[in-house]
Design a protein around this ligand. Structure first.
Ligand code: TPP
Length: 707
């Protein structure tokens, strides 16, 4: 693509800063050239390939120079220049990068992830994950925290023009565009916006797809449509222009006028990945054009610096030798570093949660009365939000207008300003900054939660129905694997009403817990009673890991129970046994709404001489195998009942654990589950699909009679 852009290199930056900019651009290129060379070598140290950014140096370095201490960057796979400057000194960054490339144990991801997937938390650089555009929503979450902490800093998301077409980027920009806070503090009452800057480098190719085939319309028009206060298109090969554009955006952002979006035009003059030839699909002439002295960012800037006599051959040579020395030394040190080899620490997938030991607060307690499941959730949420001012909850229809689809975002408790006649919205208790509606952007919601949690806040991402978390699976995975990759806590609760029994059909009835049990790094919580809900919720709000918190829709208004007024926590991985007995000869394992069916089945089974203990694991991950095994070793018979489809449901996992750990006790193991279809809409069909007491009785008798 031919570009006609003025060469605006003349501005009032002091000579030292200009020199430094060149230094980091040159260091970026030197480091990347070393990596490229290493990958071609027969004795290479890099594991796999690398995604380098020749031609992006001005964009990457200029953007970073415009940031200040405490600002955060969620970068793309190509932003080594930005990391180089933000993570300075050069040797430190180079060492971290090489250790990661080489898969070394003492690298930033301990060999769990490679290439550009490192993070640098100390310097505000977030972790990069492969699904393109994933960082955009994370930056929105970090911007929220910057806002709450006084608008001293901004969050930047950097991504390519290819990534800009990903749905999650649109979701994130739309979300950033609509969110407004602190309305009362602004003159026009319109509120302040999030200090987030979306930096989109348009290097004209997304792997083999040119921009004209990947981007409908043009990027800046697209960005303008989000109502951002500042949208620009900049020559991304001019480091000063890049710097100035990000500075302008930064100023608006910290004044609460953001978000801003900038398109930086550049060109990738190397291959997409080092496993490809540079001109495999990019025309050679285009590469040559962008490599010319007046286009290539380093040559251009070097000429400017030399013309201004800021550097000359001798001083440049000295600067280059220092860069080379630092990076070469880092390379050698990384090459000598111990390789990552498997040990039990790699099986450590959860962040430790020291604050579980936190003493209970005596002032924040439930009243002595019966609470429905819904009321329990509201009151527990209010108590926890009072206890910890970093808890925020956001999602569709959680705000004051709707107060949650099930009314779970309101209180009738007079102590909290509510009454039976006029319940009070939780948003009105804590303010819009801590309880707010979002558009339909589940992926961006989870990503925003990740950004908040990364910055040490405790977001509750409210997903209106568990079914819709499917649109954010990548983001959930990002949260789940965070501790494994980065050894950084991710205190994120994803709260989801789920389940069948309301005639809501396939897309509002799903129990998809098994899907997430399979994803290491998530805790899966599914309280069946108000008592368990309060205790497990408190635990969730003190845990440092991502939690999928399932609340069954049919329990909301039906299930009632007394909540003790003293504060109690229920540890995860501790099952509850109903009707525990030395004489038990049968074990039923059930959770969520199926628990009450299991308890009904137990009554019927008594008349057949079957004495069943009913175990509710309460959390599927971690799973209390010990309690379940203890019962099974005594009874030798078990039925596992759950609402999700049978095939690959969590019942299969439990059955295999029983068979494996207690082969001598096998009277029989059965499963009662949802049918292997989607959840039907028509009442009799839905009834046919769902497990119930009669089906549990039938399966139990079959096992009993055959044993
Ligand atoms: C969701 C997703 N789909 C596909 C890919 C594979 N992929 C990796 S990089 C890339 C091209 C990205 O283009 P762009 O965002 O413009 O960044 P660039 O590679 O040009 O720097 C693709 C398709 C991916 N990582 N994530």
């Amino acid at each position: 693509m031919e570009v006609d852009m003025p060469n605006i290199l003349d501005i009032a930056l002091d000579n030292n800063t200009l020199k430094e900019m060149l230094k980091y651009m040159v260091a970026t290129k030197y480091l990347e050239d070393l990596v490229a060379e290493d990958i071609k070598s027969p004795n290479k140290h890099c594991v796999g390939t690398a995604y380098l950014a020749p031609g992006h140096e001005a964009y990457s370095v200029g953007m970073a120079f415009a940031l200040e201490k405490g600002d955060t960057l969620d970068s793309s796979h190509r932003d080594i220049g930005a990391r180089m400057y933000l993570g300075r000194p050069i040797k430190r960054v180079a060492l971290r990068r090489f250790l990661n490339h080489f898969g070394k144990k003492n690298g930033p991801t301990r060999g769990m992830d490679g290439t550009s997937h490192d993070h640098d938390d100390e310097r505000g650089v977030g972790t990069f994950v492969s699904p393109m555009g994933a960082g955009a929503g994370v930056a929105v979450g970090k911007a929220f925290v910057h806002m709450m902490e006084g608008y001293k800093n901004v969050a930047v998301a950097s991504f390519g023009e290819g990534a800009s077409s990903a749905g999650r980027v649109h979701e994130s920009m739309n979300l950033a565009g609509v969110l407004k806070f602190f309305k009362e503090s602004t003159k026009d009452g319109k509120g302040k916006k999030l200090p987030v800057i979306f930096c989109c480098y348009n290097n004209q190719w997304a792997e083999s797809v040119p921009v004209e085939d990947g981007v409908a319309g043009n990027l800046t028009d697209r960005f303008k449509s989000y109502g951002f206060s500042c949208v620009e298109r900049i020559d991304g090969n001019d480091v000063i222009q890049v710097y100035l554009a990000v500075r302008r955006a930064r100023k608006m952002a910290i004044e609460g006028k953001g978000p801003c979006a900038i398109e930086f035009l550049t060109f990738r003059v190397g291959p997409h990945g080092q496993h490809e030839a540079p001109d495999k699909y990019v025309p050679k002439e285009d590469i040559e054009f962008w490599k010319k002295e007046d286009k290539d960012p380093i040559s251009r800037f070097k000429k400017y610096i030399f013309d201004k006599s800021i550097l000359n051959n001798e001083s440049y040579g000295k600067m280059f030798s220092e860069i080379k020395k630092d990076i070469d030394e880092a390379f050698d040190e990384a090459a000598r570093a111990p390789e990552a080899v498997w040990d039990e620490t790699y099986e450590d997938v959860f962040s430790p949660t020291a604050d579980h030991a936190e003493p209970p607060s005596t002032s924040l307690i439930f009243q002595e009365k019966e609470f429905s499941y819904r009321e329990t959730l509201s009151e527990a949420l209010i108590l926890e939000m009072k206890r910890d001012s970093k808890i925020v909850v956001f999602g569709q229809d959680v705000g004051w207008r709707m107060r949650g689809v099930f009314g779970e975002m309101q209180t009738t408790n007079p102590e909290n300003g509510g009454s039976l006649k006029s319940p009070k919205a939780i948003e009105h208790i804590f303010g819009h900054e801590r309880v707010f509606d979002t558009p339909i952007v589940e992926s961006a919601q989870v990503a925003m939660g990740i950004g908040m949690a990364w910055q040490g806040w405790r977001p509750i991402v409210w997903i209106q129905f568990a079914d819709f978390i499917a649109t954010a699976i990548d983001d959930v995975k990002h949260a789940a694997w965070n501790y494994m990759r980065n050894r950084k806590a991710m205190p994120l609760v994803i709260m989801m009403p789920y389940g069948g029994g309301t005639g809501s059909g396939p897309f509002h009835s799903e129990d998809n817990m098994a899907m997430f049990c399979h994803m290491s790094g998530l805790k899966i919580v599914c309280p069946a009673t108000p008592y368990d809900l309060a205790g497990l919720f408190r635990t969730a709000m003190r845990d440092n890991n991502p939690i999928m918190f399932y609340v069954h829709k049919t329990l909301f208004n039906v299930e009632k129970g007394k909540i003790p007024s003293e504060e109690y926590l229920i540890p995860f991985g501790k099952a509850k046994i109903y009707h525990q007995s030395n004489n038990a000869n049968f074990t039923i394992i059930a959770w969520g709404a199926v628990l009450k069916e299991a308890l009904l089945a137990r009554k019927t089974l008594l008349s057949h001489g079957i004495i069943a203990e009913v175990i509710d694991p309460r959390t599927l991950v971690p799973f209390d195998l010990e309690t379940v095994l203890k019962s099974f070793r005594k009874t030798g018979h078990a039925v596992i009942a759950h609402e999700a489809s049978l095939n690959c449901g969590f019942g299969a996992e439990i059955a295999s654990l029983l068979v494996y750990h207690a082969p001598d006790c096998l009277g029989g193991v059965g499963r009662v589950a949802g049918k292997d279809t989607c959840v039907p809409h028509a009442p009799k069909l839905e009834k046919g699909y769902l497990p119930n007491a009669a089906k549990i009785v039938e399966a139990s008798l079959k096992i009993w009679n055959e044993s």
